[in-house]
Design a protein around this ligand. Structure first.
Ligand SMILES: [Zn+2]
Ligand SMILES: [Zn+2]
Length: 404
């Protein structure tokens, strides 16, 4: 009787399946652990370093250090659920459908110094080569294939580096804004160090990553917001000042905000440049303008935004506002045009920034990636395709806790 019931309801079958299911589950769990351990091992070096006790003590002295991590004066709004939902509404145009019309500079292009005392080459995303008076600065250099701790996964660049790293002219300083992979690329840092032995200026804490990768401490300068490093060569001087930014840091999930993030003001005798790093809009941008402006050129991030993280990335319209707040003359939109890191159309940041600049009579330059330009005399031409994109009204980016 009991057997009949079991058979009718398939109970015996289920019982027989149980050991099999258990075995499958066990294999699955072991496979997950192996994959996780393998990823950890592969990414290990790139994750960087927490820093020794002396480095951590220095961080703890920073005014931005609160309860074991760095904090923004205006904390970041996070809408995790909204951000997750947004993944399902990505634009059809997040990446170019045809090759991007880039320019490949040659070493000869950099031989003669610029007449105007300022020449800039945008190498895509936030990598720029700034030639200011007699100094050369590289911002957030990324020459790797992917912005990721792994060589086989993660956002991949749309075109190869526009100038091979060993063809770069002599660089005085490499400035790093923060330790996210699209700004701090281990392989590039190591290759630059081997090729050129430049000075690295980094936000407080980030020096520990560089030292861990083999850069000697003598060539790393860690700064806090509002601190400066003065470069001197043949009687000429350039001030590299670290400016506040409203953002975050971290390379392996559990190290969030354990290193500082920043922007930069490059101050020569006659020419001045501002680089925003990654940032939302924040009130102290006006103080940056008062203290270090006016700037001949601002290089402000315009891309990789979403309305659910409006304080992490400033968005195109607020970027133009930031340009005005820091007292800029000419604006170069950066942080776009090389990787897919958000869900908007890849051309949307520049379309919206150009529209807003036009509305507010701000002079904006939009060189092709790799096109060398002098801000005071460059005539921009449209080079990106006509795609669908969302307007400011359709997808507004409005940072929190900022008076207009
Ligand atoms: Zn970032
Ligand atoms: Zn970024």
């Amino acid at each position: 009787m009991k057997d009949d019931v079991s058979r009718r309801y398939g109970i015996a079958d289920t019982m027989a399946l149980r050991p099999l299911l258990r075995r499958i589950f066990r294999y699955f769990a072991v496979a997950l652990v192996v994959i996780f351990a393998g990823m950890l091992a592969l990414g290990w070096k790139s994750f960087g370093s927490r820093g020794d006790s002396a480095a951590r003590a220095r961080m703890a002295e920073s005014p931005e250090w609160v309860d074991g991590h760095f904090e923004n004066p205006q904390p970041l709004k996070n809408d995790m659920l909204g951000a997750l939902a947004a993944l399902f509404s990505a634009s059809k145009w997040v990446a170019p459908a045809a090759p991007v019309p880039v320019v490949n500079p040659t070493p000869e292009d950099f031989k003669i110094p610029p007449d105007s005392g300022l020449r800039v080459t945008w190498l895509g995303h936030s990598t720029t080569l700034v030639e200011i008076e007699s100094f050369r600065i590289l911002t957030d250099p990324v020459f790797s294939q992917r912005v990721s701790p792994f060589s086989f996964m993660g956002p991949k660049r749309w075109y190869p580096p526009l100038i091979p790293l060993h063809h770069l002219p002599p660089i005085d300083v490499v400035v790093i804004s923060h330790d996210h992979y699209d700004h701090l690329d281990m392989h590039t840092v190591i290759a630059l160090d081997e090729a050129q032995k430049p000075l690295f200026v980094v936000p407080i804490g980030v020096g520990s990553h560089l030292q861990y990768w083999g850069i000697p401490q003598s060539r790393i300068t860690e700064l806090d917001w509002w601190q400066e490093k003065t470069l001197e060569r043949e009687g000429k001087k350039l001030r590299v000042a670290m400016t506040p930014a409203r953002h975050a840091s971290g390379r392996y999930l559990v190290d969030n905000n354990k290193k500082l993030w920043a922007g930069y003001a490059l101050i020569g005798k006659q020419r001045r440049v501002y680089y925003s790093g990654d940032t939302g809009l924040f009130p102290a941008m006006k103080a940056i303008g008062t203290k270090y402006g006016p700037f001949d050129l601002t290089m402000i991030e315009v891309g990789q935004y979403h309305r659910t993280w409006p304080d992490w990335h400033i968005g195109p319209e607020q970027a133009v506002k930031a340009h005005q707040w820091v007292r800029g003359r000419v604006m170069l939109p950066v942080h776009w045009g090389l990787f897919v890191l958000a869900m908007h159309a890849w051309t949307e940041p520049v379309e919206r920034a150009a529209k807003e600049a036009n509305r507010l009579q701000v002079q904006m330059v939009t060189p092709r990636p790799g096109e060398i330009f002098e801000p005071s005399r460059f005539v921009s031409q449209r080079w990106w395709p006509q795609n669908e994109w969302q307007s400011a009204a359709e997808h507004p980016i409005v940072s929190t806790q900022v008076e207009p």
